[in-house]
Design a protein around this ligand. Sequence first.
Ligand code: ATP
Ligand code: MN
Length: 462
Amino acid sequence: MDKLKKYNSKRDFKKTKEPVGKVNKSAKKLRFVVQHHLARKDHYDFRLEWNGTLKSWAVPKGPSYNTYDKRLAVMVEDHPLSYRNFEGVIPKGEYGGGTVMVWDEGTWEPQDKIPKNFNIEMLKFTLKGKRLQGRWTLVRFKEDNWLLIKEKDEYNLFRDINRLNKSIKTGRTMKQIENNIALKDNIIEDILITNPEKVIFPSPKVTKLDIALYYHKVAERMMPFLAKRLISTIRAPGGIKGEIFFKKHLETKSKGIKKYRLENDTNKREDYYYIVDSRGLISEVQMNSYEFHIWGSTVGNINKPDMMVFDLDPDEKLNITKIREGVKDLKKILDELGLKSYLKTSGGKGYHVVVPIGHNMSWSVFRQTAKNIALLMEARWPDKYTSNMRKENREGKIFIDWVRNTKGATSVAPYSIRLREKAFVSMPIKWSELDKVKPKDITIEEALKRLKRKDPWEDFFN
Ligand code: ATP
Ligand code: MN
């Protein structure tokens, strides 16, 4: 007979995130778990691994270290082994609807041999958990009603374990579990992501946690371009279908983020900000900033830009071949000028060509240099390119956008996600890939795959 038949029949797995019951092979050491379960009635579920499932009791008052306490433990149906990791919310109206917290976990050993079918009236055992330790007894007194009793041993000192109200697994309180605050200690060090399951891109579905994990994984490649540059970000608290905000001022202090005070044209002070390290990047994601735009200079050298960006913005009627031709023409000119250039997809309509520049030009010289390059293209191929931003000058042409090489202007950072219809990335690619990779070819999945390859911008800062 399937030992988990009862467990499975009580649950609608389309509605609850609890695991589907399957009988597993037992590990060498038998495991146990105690789950605090805030359902219709507050209680603790005491579960011991036995013969591939978890033998389970509901303990209304929870276990006690006081050897005089005899805690009622009502035996309930076996649960699958994987249930020991379940922490979360069971929807209202579903069986056991409420919040489940992993209160203790560890291994256990029976004192005497017990039959496989668990047909016993009394169980003496030792717990090796984090909160529960030492010798315990479960004794059956009537039908499914048992008593859970602490035996006298070196662990029998009275310990007030009812004060322990945080998950042993994730450190969360019941409230934090209910609000779906995931503490991803091992994945993103000490960083709190609220609403990790919130959908940012509906199709294919990309959640806030997916985005946090994406940035966590690309941080090593991305940070050299993002760190210590003033930024503006695009925030989408309700995902791409909701309202979108531009943010260029510091609002909340967080780890890895710093304020930078700057006087603007009208001598008014403004608090800009920059990211210092990957913690700052993830804190920005926590605050719903999913797209990152950077300045062309770093805070240590704010008036000496070091990254020149050309954006090729085509008239909407132009096909991809013409856009690629434009990129090649631009590279030709940059090569002639002895300027090494790097290519990335914009994640939108076109490509960006990025030129590292030693910190020796002022912003005005830098800006004029970028403009001259656009003018050169326009002069050499007047029917193909324009250096003028106005849309009416763009008919059948590509606008070589040099204007963003101005103090205070930004362009999207390499590896940034774009808040477009799908999670496209502005992705560094090799020059030899220009004819193969379209501006919207690189999604976060593809970008993560590409991280395993050699970095196409490896020598950017050399
Ligand atoms: P596409 O290939 O679709 O044209 P793009 O990155 O070239 O993409 P846009 O996203 O339209 O172009 O950006 C145009 C300019 O506006 C860029 O210089 C960009 O940095 C700037 N910009 C975009 N978002 C912000 C923002 N939140 N704050 C400040 N500037 C921004
Ligand atoms: Mn563009």
